[in-house]
Design a protein around this ligand. Structure first.
Ligand code: ADP
Ligand code: MG
Length: 230
């Protein structure tokens, strides 16, 4: 087992006018390569803040984050962006697909951003096949169902071989049937590619698919250190 992510004593304070919001109050987490981990907890407890810190979209007020042997917190803004592009794949509740590009075009754009001039048709085909999108690759987002759009977003997140996929309530905008399909795809990617995944979810069925569940409350992880092993 190899540690792919290590977060130590993360704190995040947002300044709103003259008020300090303590969104994270000292969170530590270690994730091994190949883990599929769920983060659960009530609205406002700091889950999204945590995920944004882990992915380098935000910087912590205090604490340290090591991803795949690179220190995200010691990095300059430019270096942090570089680490994020190379190591992280994001999936959001809103699918955030580029509206004028086809499914395959969205994957190609991700490859290009990930690695200047990146272009790996073989990998694109493999990922699209695994997510059962082969016959949808020339469709634009408006020509896809919600579940299909989220599968394209997931394909886009993994096409670049990220060290970690970070997903923030990826089934939050989907009906039960599409949620189940998308969750199965997450599980499949975890299983087939040994893809490390950290997923925020409110859905107990989603959490049940994960091998470990971390519970947060009020800016802290409250479950036993390391979370519950399933
Ligand atoms: N950009 C921001 N500016 C100020 N406060 C924020 C910001 N983002 C989140 N917060 C606050 O931080 C706390 C944690 O929010 P968040 O991480 O979004 O929680 P969750 O994802 O668990 O619902 C909440 O009190 C929220 O209002
Ligand atoms: Mg959130």
């Amino acid at each position: 087992m190899r540690t792919i992510l290590k977060a130590e004593n993360l704190k995040k304070v947002y300044r709103v006018g003259r008020v300090d919001v303590h969104a994270l109050r000292g969170v530590s987490l270690e994730v091994q390569e190949g883990e599929f981990l769920a983060i659960m907890g009530p609205s406002g407890c700091g889950k999204s803040t945590m995920l944004h810190l882990l992915g380098g979209l935000l910087t912590p007020t205090e604490g340290r984050i090591i991803i795949d042997d690179e220190d995200l917190t010691a990095a300059s803004d430019a270096k942090r962006t570089d680490i994020r592009r190379r190591k992280i794949g994001f999936v959001f509740q809103r699918f955030n697909l580029f509206p004028t590009l086809t499914a395959e075009g969205n994957l190609r754009l991700a490859e290009r951003i990930h690695d200047d001039g990146g272009d790996d048709p073989e990998r694109r085909r493999e990922v699209l096949r695994l997510l059962r999108l082969e016959d949808k690759m020339h469709h634009k987002p408006t020509e896809l169902s919600g579940g299909e759009q989220q599968r394209v977003a997931l394909a886009r997140a993994v096409v670049t071989h990220p060290a970690i996929v970070l997903a923030d309530e990826p089934t939050g905008n989907l009906d039960t049937e599409n949620s189940a399909i998308v969750l199965n795809m997450f599980q499949e990617l975890n299983y087939r590619f040994n893809q490390t995944i950290i997923m925020i979810t409110h859905n107990p069925e989603a959490a049940a698919m994960c091998r470990r569940i971390v519970q947060m409350r009020d800016g802290l992880i409250v479950e036993p250190p390391g979370g519950v092993q399933m």
